[in-house]
Design a protein around this ligand. Structure first.
Ligand code: ARG
Length: 281
């Protein structure tokens, strides 16, 4: 065996360990595309709300079959994007930061998620500057990776670091299709990420290179089906079924990809991760 074959085999055999998670999800009963605030949204595309609900239920079933706990947040009529629960907050180590949305169409979601947090024993804390929760604030190990450029204001990164008591690494996004960090970067476990380099500024790429030299870099075809918008428990990676190249990369790295079809929710510019607010312990 040559050295490179040996390295490949070692990577393939690495054993991954899942851990049980707690998520919050909001059923898309009021989902439509009635405004366009990202390049994926087209108000002339018809949306089948019932199909969105059944696709969403399949995602819920996958989480529950993996043993994870899922809390259901009551959707509010007139807030069609509320299904993208990830954007509602960052909750980690018992601290909860509620979103402050960039667009007025979504502003009301902050109150709905704050109510849910209060009812579940969290004290929602606010930022002065815009923050779109786990759309842009991703926990990896004991660090928060934070996107800016389209939605979350970099000044909110400093606020979030203080509110949750964790270091925050700011990463600039440069391509409007990848307007939230969770469309361009996936956290796979406490030390492993995958990302799409062209979505980031040169500085952000250099920072990611330095922090995660072994990161998985995904191809354009996978990034353009929102393939990075995944939820991992450390072993199982629940992901958009269309990202077949990324699924192979994950399997090669010892993860178990589980593809789901969220084509209706894709019309709003979101997928698996967007629909899932993780309550980090
Ligand atoms: N239509 C929503 C918006 O533009 C989609 C949000 C997707 N969520 C996410 N975590 N990337 O705000």
């Amino acid at each position: 065996m040559t050295i490179s074959e040996f390295e490949v085999a070692a990577t393939t055999q690495r054993s991954r360990v899942p851990s049980l998670r707690r998520y919050a999800m909001t059923p898309p009963r009021h989902f439509t595309v009635e405004y366009a605030i990202n390049p994926w949204m087209d108000t002339s595309t018809p949306v089948d709300t019932d199909a969105a609900v059944s696709q969403w239920e399949q995602l819920l079933d996958v989480y529950r079959s993996l043993g994870h706990t899922v809390d259901i947040v009551e959707p509010v009529e007139g807030l069609p994007d509320m299904v993208y629960a990830a954007n509602g907050a960052l909750i980690v180590g018992g601290r909860a930061v509620v979103a402050r949305f960039a667009f007025p169409q979504r502003a009301g979601e902050a109150d709905a998620y704050a109510r849910w947090m209060s009812a579940h024993g969290f004290t929602p804390q606010e930022t002065v500057h815009t923050n779109e929760g786990q759309g842009d604030l991703l926990v990896v190990g004991s660090t928060v990776l934070a996107g800016h450029g389209f939605r979350t204001d970099p000044r909110a990164h400093t606020e979030v670091a203080q509110l949750v008591g964790m270091p925050v690494v700011s990463l600039e996004l440069v391509d409007p299709r990848f307007y939230h960090l969770d469309t361009a970067l996936a956290v796979l476990d406490d030390a492993t990420i995958a990302y799409y380099p062209p979505a980031f500024s040169d500085d952000a790429r250099a920072r990611l290179q330095e922090l995660f030299p072994d990161a998985i870099e995904v191809a354009t075809a996978d990034a353009y089906v929102l393939g990075l918008n995944v939820v991992s428990d450390g072993l199982h990676v629940v992901m958009p079924a269309a990202a077949t190249g990324f699924a192979r990369q994950l399997a090669d790295a010892g993860f178990e990809p589980i593809g789901v079809d969220l084509s209706e929710l894709f019309k709003g510019g979101g997928s698996v991760k967007c629909c899932t607010l993780e309550v980090y312990r």
